[in-house]
Write a protein that binds this ligand. Structure first.
Ligand code: SF4
Length: 470
């Protein structure tokens, strides 16, 4: 078992027994569900909107080369810079070097999962820069020195009392539990950093090919300040964020907002097409877009799983997932938690180390049903399981167990005999009180739960109508 797998199991056991944590997540996701139901009902036909969004992303991903080059040409024509980063290291080096060359000391950052993916903030801090997260949720988890819990709502796991105590300790002079006062305190504190920063780093929800613009959507307006006030704006985005046309936003923006939070539209939707032009009163002097590959080209080459690149990072599959709701976002130990993370991470960070994530699913299909761009998530989890068996290191005991299982199931007599022997052995083990001991054959199950009653007769015997004393 990989280190990541045993860490996942350790944290999952703790979190799933943590009733307070489960109550917070249940409460927040119940509110989200109600809001999304209202949001979807505002569409004349939600399924048609999903289908259209799927088609736009399908077109973009299947013509990625053409649309990315079109985007690059348009950005450069307005004086912007494009950097193609093959991996996280190249992206980090480019941004850190740029900051050094331009004597940047302070950076304000708006939410970007691509930046999280390449651990950009720690790299900048290591280079001696001050980095401030300006999205409220990210700001809170930065104050706690934690990774985001969820890709849309990074501080979903915290109560208002916890946030109040945190602000009191870290920001000083704030003693309130009222959300508007806490938000106002964070705004006051962050405003100073916007004016001090020489560089603003943002993500991009979409890269629009035909206009050469990046589309950013936030609820707090922090990205607008962070990309306008500092003299340098750097946007970092995965190459899969491309969409063909500006008009595609007419469907993708409301679909993203509805699936992300249930809103008809997110509060601030901004298009940025380059540095300040000679006839413009404000905006940055320099505009850089870092196009991040980091394993995405390999995923693109995989025809079976290519549609994973359609993801618009709305977070709906996380909220729908019974495993995410139980074990929580931090347990995954990955940038992208939940179903999309379980599908994507083995591609980005290696199947051997992260194959266990494909098993963190009941395969109920709720994620696939929730996905607004119709990614077949639960089948991709099955594909990853198959790939793990074929390509990754698996324990020899598993291979032997499956060989025995195949042997036992390939003959009716063998199957019946082994079933009877297994029932007898279990009944004997429980009769001499081996339950939940080292010798208990069902120990992984009985460690956390009572042993199920062992039936006297096989299912086939019961099925044949022999319902006697079972
Ligand atoms: S996989 Fe679908 S539901 Fe999950 S975050 Fe991406 S777009 Fe949203």
């Amino acid at each position: 078992m990989s280190g990541a797998a045993s860490e996942f199991l350790r944290k999952a056991a703790i979190k799933s027994a943590d009733q307070a944590h489960r109550q917070i997540i249940r409460h927040n996701i119940d509110q989200y569900d109600a809001s999304v139901r209202r949001g979807r009902s505002r569409f004349e036909n939600w399924q048609a909107a999903r289908q259209k969004s799927h088609e736009i992303k399908w077109e973009a991903i299947n013509h990625l080369d053409r649309y990315l080059l079109e985007f690059e040409e348009k950005v450069k024509a307005r004086g912007g810079h494009i950097f193609w980063a093959a991996n996280g290291e190249e992206a980090r080096n480019y941004i850190v070097d740029l900051a050094r060359r331009r004597q940047v000391q302070t950076v304000v950052k708006s939410k970007s999962m691509a930046a999280e993916e390449i651990h950009l903030a720690p790299a900048l801090e290591e280079a001696g820069l001050k980095v401030y997260e300006t999205d409220l949720g990210e700001f809170i988890v930065q104050l706690r020195n934690e990774a985001p819990y969820h890709i849309v709502t990074p501080a979903m796991h915290l109560t208002r009392n916890e946030i109040s105590a945190l602000f009191k300790e870290k920001l000083g002079g704030i003693d309130s539990k009222e959300p508007p006062e806490l938000v106002a305190a964070a705004r006051r504190w962050l405003r100073k950093t916007f004016f001090a920063a020489e560089m603003g780093i943002s993500g991009a929800n979409f890269l629009v090919a035909d206009s050469g613009m990046i589309a950013i959507t936030t609820n707090e307006g922090n990205a607008d300040l962070g990309t306008t006030l500092p003299r340098i704006h750097v946007a970092i985005a995965g190459i899969e964020k491309i969409i063909p046309r500006l008009e595609d936003l007419a469907i993708l923006w409301p679909v993203l907002a509805t699936s992300g939070t249930g809103q008809p539209m997110t509060c601030y939707n901004t298009l940025i097409g380059g540095p300040r032009q000679s006839n413009e009163p404000d905006g940055p002097q320099e505009f850089h877009v870092v196009l991040l590959d980091n394993g995405r080209s390999e995923l693109l080459a995989d025809a079976e799983q290519r549609d994973v690149l359609h993801c618009i990072r709305c977070g709906a599959c996380l909220n729908a997932c019974p495993v995410f709701r139980t074990v929580g976002g931090h347990t995954y130990g990955t940038t992208y938690p939940g179903p999309i993370g379980s599908v994507l991470t083995p591609h980005l960070r290696g199947l051997n180390e992260f194959q266990h994530l494909s098993y963190a699913s009941s395969l109920c299909g709720a994620c696939t049903e929730a996905c607004p761009v119709q990614i077949d998530l639960h089948h991709h989890l099955l594909h990853n399981r198959r790939n793990a068996v074929n390509e990754a290191d698996r324990p020899w005991t598993e291979r032997i167990a499956f060989k025995m299982w195949r042997w036992a199931n390939s003959g009716a007599g063998r199957f019946a005999f082994l079933g009877s022997a297994g029932r007898l052995a279990l009944r004997a083990a429980y009769a001499i009180k081996l339950e939940n001991t080292f010798f208990d054959p069902l120990r992984p199950w009985t460690k956390e739960r009572a042993a199920p009653p062992i039936p006297r007769k096989s299912f086939r015997a019961i099925w044949r109508g022999d319902l006697g004393n079972n």
